[in-house]
Design a protein around this ligand. Sequence first.
Ligand code: GCO
Ligand code: MG
Length: 404
Amino acid sequence: MKIVDATVVVTSPGRNFVTLKLTTDEGIVGLGDATLNGRELAVVGYLSDHVVPLLTGLDPHRIEDTWQYLYRGAYWRRGPVTMAALAAVDVALWDIKAKAAGMPLYQLLGGASRERIRTYGHADGRDIPELLDSVRARLADGYPAVRIQSGIPGLKAVYGVHTTDGDGAPVLHQQARPLVEDWDTEAYLRHVPAVFEAVRAEFGAELPLLHDVHHRLTPIQAARLGKDLERYRPFWLEDCTPAENQEALRLIRRHTTTPLAVGEVFNTVHDYQTLVTEQLIDYVRSAVTHFGGVTPLRKLFDLAALYQIRTAVHGPQDISPVGMAAAVHLDLAVHNFGIQEYAPHTPRTEEVFRHAYTFTDGHLHPGDAPGIGVELDEQAAAAHPYEAAYLPVNRLQDGTVHDW
Ligand code: GCO
Ligand code: MG
């Protein structure tokens, strides 16, 4: 079998998605997600100008070899643009291989290790009463675990507290220039324990509660927050510091038993080396789409398994249904699965990407369609052209830029 065509499709049914479509001489089509929120066209350029010309004529069955050829062959390694482009090729090749085998992808990855995939949903509110309503709504949706994010007294806009349009798309992400949010670390550190206190008081001790710090603290601040939250038994504290400084997690780990989750902005196993081998974290959080695909993410998961570290694939709405499908196949197959983040895509997005994966009673299943089980409706995609959109930026109250 040979690849005879490679096309990059950009569509914006509410937010931008970048998809690579590979076609073989046997008429098999494979899809891969290359969406990098806020920097989409950089990946389009990388793919169209530098990768697509190399793909035609290759044997799609040689997934590992193609990955190494594109990764080592570029000489310039790593980075989100490169690894999103590689991920799209890798997932499209797995899609083709599984379709050629007449099997859903999870079968080629070793078969199902469980019946279904436990997820967590997002609850948020501008204040605690609004957050409690949102937790109630997620529980009504069936979610077995909930991430809680709350507005902070005195701050006008913070990460994770979204306003949505009529279609459920987050308004914050539709800005033609980055929206400016504001930040005060002390106000945040004072408020979060009160948020957990209120949610535990309302919903009891058993509900798994997660919280995303979104890279905003110093190591000692993160250590303090981890300690302050221990009595509420969080499921995890996510991205408590900017973890490109992996050594920082040593200090945090010495001070708290609150489980730690890291990795959504990482793109290779090297970014995790200290964190995993020194057992400084409990969950690895990379997305298939930003990590170079199923091939390298599986290797990370196997390394993590040696240290009893579990998986928690990043699953925001800015991963397309193609990237989400690949994640759900991997989740079903690996032994050290932990939890999957999941926020359903909008109806407009689901018209463009029809998927076999299902969400029932708070659990995902990849379905049994051959391949990853996603079809791209190119006509529907063409009706939603690219729109420039940035992620927000964050400033301290004196105007200094802070991590968002
Ligand atoms: C999460 C993430 C996202 C990111 C987003 C950036 O835990 O789901 O933090 O909300 O901010 O994916 O594009
Ligand atoms: Mg996060």
